[in-house]
Design a protein. Structure first.
Length: 212
């Protein structure tokens, strides 16, 4: 993986700490987006931990370039900023995860592992913000999105409802008295049936369908 942050005081210790995990190999630490693209082009990289505010090329533009040129590489944003423009810009560019710098080491590691496995992870603060924005948009714009597939099971609808309410997988598991592994299975089936690409889109679909 690559750690990208324009501040050496953040970038270098973070890369060192993450590199202590047995299943995480930090191959480069980048100070801007051009260094990220160079590192990804030079070797096997599956995840980039991306700051947003960087010189030369910022995190959103870098994420967009990675999505277009290296779609196999997952981007997890780690930033101080949790405003609507930053969140929606990063997710719209293709970021698979979004954390604020309040996140702890284990939270970051979990997000990296999830992104490498093709899953999306959003910080709770980011989920709440995204949910509020989606609800506001839905209120202002009464046009509904595509209907949910008729073959969704009742359990899959329950899971979509809880995603729409901002619950993480663990919260959904506790609410429904099932395991997190079972929640992941329901989410994978739900996303496949409803053509939902990620968790942010799932929140929007839940609201559009009147489930949240």
């Amino acid at each position: 993986m690559v750690v990208a942050d324009d501040q050496a005081a953040v970038r270098e210790p973070l890369a060192a700490v993450l590199g202590l995990s047995e299943d995480i190999d930090v191959v480069a630490a980048a100070a801007d987006g051009t260094e990220v693209l160079t590192a990804v082009a030079a070797g096997a990289v599956d995840v980039v931990l991306m700051d947003l505010r960087m010189p030369v090329m910022d995190g959103i533009e870098t994420t967009r370039r990675l999505t277009e040129e290296h779609p196999r590489v997952a981007v997890v944003v780690l930033t101080t900023f949790a405003d609507d423009d930053s969140i929606l810009g990063a997710l719209g560019a293709g970021a698979r995860g979004y954390l604020t710098k309040n996140a702890g080491r284990q939270d970051i590691i979990r997000a990296i592992r999830a992104a490498a496995a093709g899953q999306s992870v959003l910080d709770r603060e980011v989920q709440d913000r995204l949910l509020a924005t989606a609800r506001t948009t839905a209120t202002k714009t009464p046009v509904r999105g595509p209907a949910l597939p008729a073959d969704l099971t009742p359990r899959e609808r329950e899971v979509l409802t809880l995603i729409g309410q901002g619950l993480p997988n663990r919260g959904i598991a506790e609410k429904l008295f099932i395991s997190e592994a079972t929640v992941k299975t329901h989410i994978n089936n739900l996303f496949a049936k409803a053509d939902i690409p990620d968790r942010a889109a799932a929140v929007r679909r839940a609201i559009e369908a009147g489930l949240a």
